[in-house]
Design a protein around this ligand. Structure first.
Ligand code: ASP
Ligand code: MG
Length: 455
């Protein structure tokens, strides 16, 4: 059996949704479908929450949402009966959303919990429209909401992680029953709920992760993640026009690339699939005949190159904490990491010396990081310096940690280019080699390395 995931870009309008329908109906294998919100809906929910102010605004906004969904529904479903049922379901969701939005106005308060709840409505509506289209095509599709199904999270609003054990316990029997009745569950991506029942999101593009969770729940042989690109590429084609598609990756390679800036998959996508050995395919809705990228344990043998891909994060910054004898005092690095992680700031690389600890973070976290560190570390840190305009480059391939000379080769390419290298991290994973350059050197460096490695 397999799980198919479709993102917002494949659910843009009637014609693109019909492409999805053709893919779902193409084979008769048992399947679960997982979907994102219709394109632009999550953004408009976020945008509206940040500027709601009056009852009329809510009414107008909800009307626009209804119109957009009804328009697509009219384009994809012909049967009166199917349409009427879908409209009724959509109205139920919209009434509930409207009440929540009024709540925000009356309480004059927008908590992380409410933000997550509001955003979940994009997916609650898209599954209704997609199911209606599939029913109209003769597929026995049934819309399913992730909270109702019992996808349980750790409760971190905005970027939750799934409790796989609890989720399997809740959801596996339900899915099995549905498949036994020849139904095709069409499940909402993007969110789950805490054990107490509060909606928690997996972060932007979290539907990839939801789909992997469902693949785990259903013990799927394969997970097909349908996008509007050919799969993973050897570099970002916008920066390197001659970038080539990558036919196979290991789970680790895909995870590192996703973590370090390749926007193909949500960073945590491969974990649940890997846990049960499900093969993950990244495929292109607009080129269904093209196989895409396969991700599994065998990816290493199938990939010829040591380095398979270059990804990057252009908007990074470095925080340097100075203090006398920092390097030889135990516990300083861990104290600093705890402070930052409690503040929700991700550290992508760290290097220590006798007088300084350098941490690579996203530039948007810089001010906050500075504040957190100045406040709490008088006794150990006597000075903080920051540097903006940094970019992180990441080279990924299983062989990097095993083969001699890979890092040396890469750095001599970069040096020959006249580019200065900042922080280097090579040992954290055997699969990834990362280093920083000035942001203005990023594109040129990427192109030079790609040219040398891939011709
Ligand atoms: N609809 C959500 C978003 O726009 C989740 C997703 O697309 O995967 O981020
Ligand atoms: Mg999306």
């Amino acid at each position: 059996m397999k799980v198919l995931k479709f993102g917002g870009s494949s659910l843009r309008d009637g014609p693109s949704m019909k492409k999805v329908g053709a893919i779902v109906a193409a084979d008769s294998e048992e399947k679960v479908v997982v979907v994102s919100a219709i394109q632009g809906i999550t953004d408009s929910l976020i945008g509206f929450m940040s500027r709601v102010r009056q009852e009329q605004d809510v009414q107008r906004f909800v009307r626009e949402l209804r119109d957009r969904h009804l328009q697509i529904l009219a384009d994809v479903a012909g049967s009166m009966y199917v349409k009427q049922q879908a409209i009724q379901l959509l109205n139920e969701k919209l009434v509930r959303l409207e009440r929540v939005l009024y709540g925000i106005i009356y309480l004059e308060e927008l908590t992380p919990r409410t933000k997550d709840l509001v955003q979940s409505f994009g997916e609650r509506m898209s599954v209704i429209v997609l199911s209606a289209m599939l029913q109209d095509m003769g597929v026995n599709a049934v819309p399913v909401e992730a909270d109702d199904l019992g996808i349980i999270t750790d409760g971190q609003f905005g970027s939750a992680t799934v409790d796989m054990e609890a989720t399997r316990r809740n959801a596996a029997p339900r899915i099995k029953d549905m498949l036994g009745r020849q139904e095709v569950p069409v499940v909402t991506g993007f969110f789950g709920k805490t054990p107490e029942g509060f909606i928690t999101l997996f972060g932007r593009n979290g539907t990839d992760y939801s789909a992997s969770v469902m693949a785990n729940v259903a013990d799927a042989d394969s997970l097909e993640i349908w996008k509007d690109v050919d799969g993973f590429m050897s570099a970002d084609p916008k920066v390197v026009p001659e970038a080539v598609p990558i036919p196979a990756l290991t789970y680790e390679e895909a995870a590192e690339l996703s973590y370090f800036g390749a926007k193909v998959l949500h960073p945590r996508t491969v974990e649940p699939a890997k846990a049960r050995g499900t093969v993950v395919w990244v495929r292109n809705v607009f080129k269904p005949e093209y196989p895409g990228t396969a991700i599994d344990d065998a990816g290493a043998e199938r990939g010829a190159q040591t380095i398979k891909s270059i990804s990057s994060m252009p908007n990074m910054a470095v925080v340097k904490a100075y203090g006398p004898g920092l390097g030889s005092r135990s516990g300083v690095l861990s104290e600093i990491s705890v402070l930052l992680s409690e503040a929700g700031i991700n550290v992508y690389s760290a290097a220590t010396s006798q007088t300084c600890i350098s941490l690579l973070i996203e530039e948007r976290d810089l001010r906050f990081a500075e504040r957190v560190l100045t406040k709490a570390s008088r006794s150990v840190v006597d000075r903080i310096e920051t540097e903006k305009g940094i970019a992180l480059l990441c080279l990924v391939g299983e062989g990097i940690g095993q083969e001699v000379g890979v890092a040396g080769m890469v750095f001599s390419i970069v040096a020959a280019n006249g580019t200065n290298i900042g922080l280097i991290s090579a040992g954290a994973s055997l699969t990834a080699l990362t280093f920083t350059v000035k942001r203005e050197d990023l594109e040129k460096t990427t192109r030079t390395i790609h040219h040398e490695l891939f011709g």
